[in-house]
Design a protein around this ligand. Structure first.
Ligand SMILES: Nc1ncnc2c1ncn2[C@@H]1O[C@H](COP(=O)(O)OP(=O)(O)OP(=O)(O)O)[C@@H](O)[C@H]1O
Ligand SMILES: [Mg+2]
Length: 494
């Protein structure tokens, strides 16, 4: 199905999120939709998928124009053949997989339950998706939720599939499965696929054509192949110099986990020893839910250990609350920014005020402080904005902006999730600056490049087992890829 956007325009107050955008998406192709954080990609995709109306413009679907300022709603859009996977999927968590497949939000299938079970099974086999029909949706990984949403949209008959940063938070295997599915849908079944992504390697590997947005406008289009640096140049109008990582001499021990046991919903860990010194960066690698999330949270005091001891700057913190960990100089930043780090409905100033000492909030001071932080951390938003109004990348920047100074430990889950290349480098500059001033850094990432580039040491997790790589010289991305798949023997022989 061919789709043409004509003169799409959308403002949010003073922000001109989409400024007169005209572009055509042809059938049988995979399009990469690129652009820096806040460029207007999600806004445009949401307009296309009926999640929000535009102020002006037309959407032409298979030759039939409709006014983009009419609020269609996602259900109506799906009926017209356009379906979208949301950046942060919000399923109805009490449903099972099969219930979500049939009754999920947006639209519902007209088939009965028995027929639906069969249809779901066939689709899953076809794409190599790994979904247990009776499992509650709340137990699925992000990758599995995505798979469910894709088969649901296909069963509803969509011919245009929009994916907004689908590879953040899914494993390498799930990504491979996803990409081969998208290739099959576009190149064999003639679907139109729009992929919003900051992972330029993914775009290079998958897309047939790219459309680049900057400040709400289309600033470039080209056929692939192109190199990642050519794409960077289109996005930022300049090439980015390589980032240097200074050597730092390690200082005193800041945080230690001693013979710790951890119990998670999916995995448990036993006998973990981990000590982090001042100036040290330790990366945690592993497929989604292999145990690295537990270690990160235990070190930061967000969850308690089942056994063993946790110390911060020599003080025994075992069993203490996250609040007490914070007072001891520990900060935690979660990957699901809105779930654990930021609170939807609160303004930026209110977030800053929450971190201020004392029971009475001095609002004038809080607002001035917020303005200053927004400027220093280059956050595009105003003190009175609510956090959910910030673009994904700006939420991450804001999270960095409200972290206290001089930490003993900074524990960050997927520090650059959803960030454009430039912002990702900026976040690491901030993290490395903290490291240089004596903070120990513990982070997890599904991005193996990021793990290798920034870690002094790496711990690899697989289904609750773990192995430490103390020396990263000679460890390739491929080696690490095998390790996170559970092939630990290789490392022992190396
Ligand atoms: N509901 C909203 N209310 C107010 N402003 C909004 C809203 N949605 C988006 N914006 C603003 O519109 C601009 C474009 O946002 P959009 O989410 O489309 O960017 P994006 O290209 O998807 O960025 P990212 O790569 O960070 O996801 C941003 O400045 C953003 O803050
Ligand atoms: Mg976006």
């Amino acid at each position: 199905m061919e789709i043409t956007l004509r003169h799409i325009d959308k403002r949010f107050g003073k922000v001109h999120a989409n400024a007169d955008i005209s572009v055509t998406f042809s059938e049988g192709k995979i399009y990469g939709v690129l652009g820096e954080n806040g460029a207007g990609k999600s806004t445009l995709m949401k307009i296309l998928a009926g999640f929000q109306p535009a102020d002006q413009g037309e959407i032409v679907v298979d030759g039939k124009p409709r006014e983009a300022r009419l609020h269609f709603g996602p259900t109506e859009s799906i009926r017209s053949g356009i379906g979208m996977l949301q950046q942060d999927p919000l399923d109805i968590a009490s449903f099972t997989v099969i219930e979500d497949f049939v009754y999920g939000s947006g639209a519902r299938l007209t088939m009965g339950l028995r027929e639906a079970r069969k249809a779901l099974k066939i689709q899953c086999q076809r794409f190599g998706f790994d979904l247990d029909q009776e499992s509650p949706v709340s137990h699925l990984t992000i990758g599995q939720r995505q798979q469910l949403e894709i088969v649901r949209l296909l069963a509803l008959g969509v011919r245009v599939l929009i994916l907004d940063e689908p590879t953040t938070g899914i494993s390498a295997e799930q990504k491979e499965t996803l990409f081969s599915t998208l290739g099959l849908l576009a190149h064999q079944e003639g679907m139109t696929i729009l992929l919003v992504s900051h992972k330029l390697e993914d775009v290079v590997a998958l897309c047939d054509r790219v459309v680049v947005l900057r400040a709400g406008q289309v600033v470039g289009e080209r056929e692939m192949p192109a190199t990642t640096s050519e794409l960077v140049k289109m996005m930022f109008a300049e090439e980015l110099p390589p980032q240097s990582r200074q050597a730092v001499t390690l200082g005193k021990k800041r945080v230690a986990l001693e013979d710790v046991a951890l119990r998670g919903r999916r995995v448990s860990l036993e006998g973990l020893h981990l000590s982090l010194s001042s100036g040290e960066v330790v990366g945690l690698a592993g497929l989604d839910g292999s145990g690295q999330d537990l270690v990160l949270r235990a070190a930061a005091g967000v969850i308690r250990t089942a056994r063993g001891r946790v110390t911060v700057d020599g003080r025994d913190m075992t069993g203490k609350s996250y609040r007490q960990f914070r007072q001891a100089g520990v900060a935690f930043a979660a990957a699901g920014r809105l779930e654990e780090g930021l609170i939807a409905g609160l303004t930026l100033t209110e977030h800053v005020a929450l971190g201020m000492p004392g029971a009475l909030v001095k609002w004038r001071a809080a607002e001035a402080d917020t303005s200053e932080r927004l400027q220093r951390f280059n956050v595009r938003g105003r003190p009175e904005s609510q956090v959910q109004q910030l673009s994904g990348g700006n939420q991450q920047r804001f999270l960095m902006a409200i972290m206290p100074a001089n930490l003993a430990l900074l524990a960050v889950e997927q520090p650059t999730r959803g960030l454009d290349v430039d912002s990702a480098r900026w976040v690491w500059t901030q993290i490395l600056a903290r490291r240089a001033s004596g903070t120990a850094v513990l982070f997890s990432s599904p991005d193996l490049d990021e793990i290798i580039q920034y870690s002094d040491r790496v711990i690899v997790f697989f289904a609750g087992r773990f192995i430490e790589l103390a020396d990263l010289s000679g460890v390739s991305i491929d080696d690490l890829g095998h390790l996170i798949g559970g092939q630990f023997e290789q490392a022992n022989h190396a």
